[in-house]
Design a protein around this ligand. Sequence first.
Ligand SMILES: Cc1ncc(COP(=O)(O)O)c(C=O)c1O
Length: 362
Amino acid sequence: MISRRVQGFTESVIREMTRVNNLYGGVNLAQGMPNFPPPRELIQAAHKALDGDFHQYAITWGAPRLREAVAAKYGKFYGMDADPEQNVTVCCGSTETMMSTLLAVLNPGDQVIIFEPFYENYGPGCIISGAEPVFVPLDPPDFGFDPDRLRAAVTPRTRAIVFNSPNNPTGKVFNRRELRVIADLCLSHDLLAITDEIYEHIVFDGEGHTPIATLPGMAERTVTISGISKSYSVTGWRIGYAVAAPEITLGIRRAHDFVTVGAPHPLQEAAVTALTLPDSYYVWLREMYQAKRDLLLGLVESAGFIAYHPKGAYYILTEAAHLLERFNCTDDTAFAMYLVKKIGVATVPGSSFYAHPELGRT
Ligand SMILES: Cc1ncc(COP(=O)(O)O)c(C=O)c1O
């Protein structure tokens, strides 16, 4: 009864772990969901928007005030020159922004390079668009990539490189040298860079985030995707956005129009308040998450895991081969089930971040 396209999609492992966790009443470390409320100003702004006249569809590609706020924020933080009319599209979360982007720029048969391990949505996103994902490994412990391997992955069918920095699940933050390698490849082979920067404000140890769009020549060939979910603890609001060149923006808006029509209008209005919070908010956010990272790293290591230290985002990837053996678990999924059912902690099996599951088994 269902299409070939979706037959291969399984339930998101992350959301499955949340479901199992709810059955067993454990601590959920599986889903990227802040467990504290958003800033008060933001909640007040949402109330105000609901009391106002924002109950009907906004302009499909985003309420004007929000697009202006997005453009102004990219200017302020990264010196990017985004025009709200030409370059900004608002969608339902960065998830839909990525989907609409892939639909907008890919033709059936195109290839898309994705770094592995990767956030699980990118694979189905390519498949829905009719494109073929091609994987290039990020190697532990630092999760760097081999530039030659990346170059070798480019074929005449390659259309885009999709990457996520700060990265889920590795905590890697792509450095300038790595961004340069990707940019050079995009420039020399006429490729697009499609970047998921949803964790842009969660970067540790005094390091900053650099959008690849700010590298010379890249503004025209980058789709910079982000949203308010993670930076302001409002994953349920479903507001994300893309900044891209005018022609690509037109394509994203066309796809978005037929996928969701638009993001919730009152919450778009309230999101303006998020994007105009003072700089001190981002300092607080970073320091708060860094303290949590340090606390959890200590706990994870003292429990016997070998943890890769994240430089950004809010995930810790671990090596647990010795623990799988000790607890008689055949693979990572069995071990994750053991942890959630017997210990009361939901994690995500590593293999779900790999197209080649054997690479994530431990
Ligand atoms: C890398 C990455 N991108 C996107 C998302 C989802 O973002 P949004 O809520 O804006 O759709 C997540 C959520 O976990 C994520 O980890």
